[in-house]
Design a protein around this ligand. Structure first.
Ligand SMILES: [Zn+2]
Length: 278
């Protein structure tokens, strides 16, 4: 969650009948700003809370200097409005978790599973007893009331093979409910949800790869991908604001930058004109 949302989170905790001072655990699925940007601010408001994060994400919470610098390059003047404060988390409040760990939180027993692909520091939290799975961004972006799942593929660690394996891991848990980062609960046809996400993740990746092989630059590929994919969303959503709302959750420029970096870093051979295009 970003720092700009701290006040409304605290209000929701109170509304649910709890005191923020009684919060004991803050679980980070991963450290992207829209999920964990407010962590340092929250621990200051929740004196009893400890933060649980994967080993590869912990350094970015411990010292936010680098994250702030790179986000400032992207967001410029809108930094404060979008993200609020991005404060560091004191070391004594940070706890490293890995796949295979078990956390006991507020009467729940949560299994931690390591799920890279969207981010190299991504984990999910599964309550075996209730079948509820806190799945972060591994299950993509699907907004309430709209039957459409979109792959959030930001740089720098997008990895399609790893993500695909993570989706298989999630399916093998056979969850009854997915709590998606962007956002809400998915209760029906969960295997189908992942089939669609998998298909789209690779289809968009192939589209970007094809455009790169044709010598298009980033700006051109963004425009092409929008043109190519907008109709599929509008077909299911019928709401003219749906596109805008999906764009807030995961935007096209980042989507394309993530794929471009992935192809260059992981499969440079496929960018060569000699490589047969399938
Ligand atoms: Zn993310």
């Amino acid at each position: 969650m970003p720092g700009s949302m701290v006040e409304s989170l605290l209000a929701s905790i109170r509304e649910a009948g709890f005191d923020p001072e009684d919060v004991t655990h803050i679980l980070a699925t991963h450290v992207h700003l829209d999920h964990a940007g407010a962590t340092g601010t929250l621990v200051r408001q929740m004196p009893g809370a400890h933060v649980y994060v994967h080993r590869k994400g912990a350094p970015h919470l411990l010292d936010t200097t680098k994250v702030v610098a790179s986000a400032s390059r992207i967001y410029g003047d809108r930094m404060k409005l979008l993200w609020g404060a991005i404060e560091s988390t004191p070391q004594e409040r940070l706890h490293i978790i890995e796949g295979g760990d078990i956390l006991n939180v507020a009467g729940r027993r949560l299994e931690v599973h390591y799920t890279p692909g969207h981010a190299v520091h991504h984990v999910i939290f599964f309550d075996v007893h209730s079948g509820e799975l806190f799945v972060g961004d591994v299950a993509g972006v699907r907004l309430p009331g709209i039957d459409y799942v979109r792959p959030p593929t930001p740089p720098p660690d997008l990895d399609l093979e790893a993500w695909s394996e993570s989706m298989n891991k999630v399916k093998s848990l056979r969850p009854d409910v997915l709590y998606i980062g962007h956002f809400g609960a998915v209760k029906n046809n969960i295997p189908e949800h992942f089939e669609r996400l998998h298909e789209k993740l690779y289809a968009w990746g192939d589209f970007v790869l094809g455009a790169m092989r044709d010598g298009k630059d980033e700006g051109e590929i963004i425009a092409m991908l929008i043109e190519h994919t907008r109709p599929e969303l509008l077909q299911v959503a019928r709401d003219p604001h749906a596109l805008e709302r999906y764009e807030i959750a995961t935007n096209y420029p980042m989507t394309v930058q993530g794929y471009m970096r992935y192809w260059r870093k992981k499969h440079p051979e496929r960018l060569s004109p000699q490589f047969p295009h399938r």
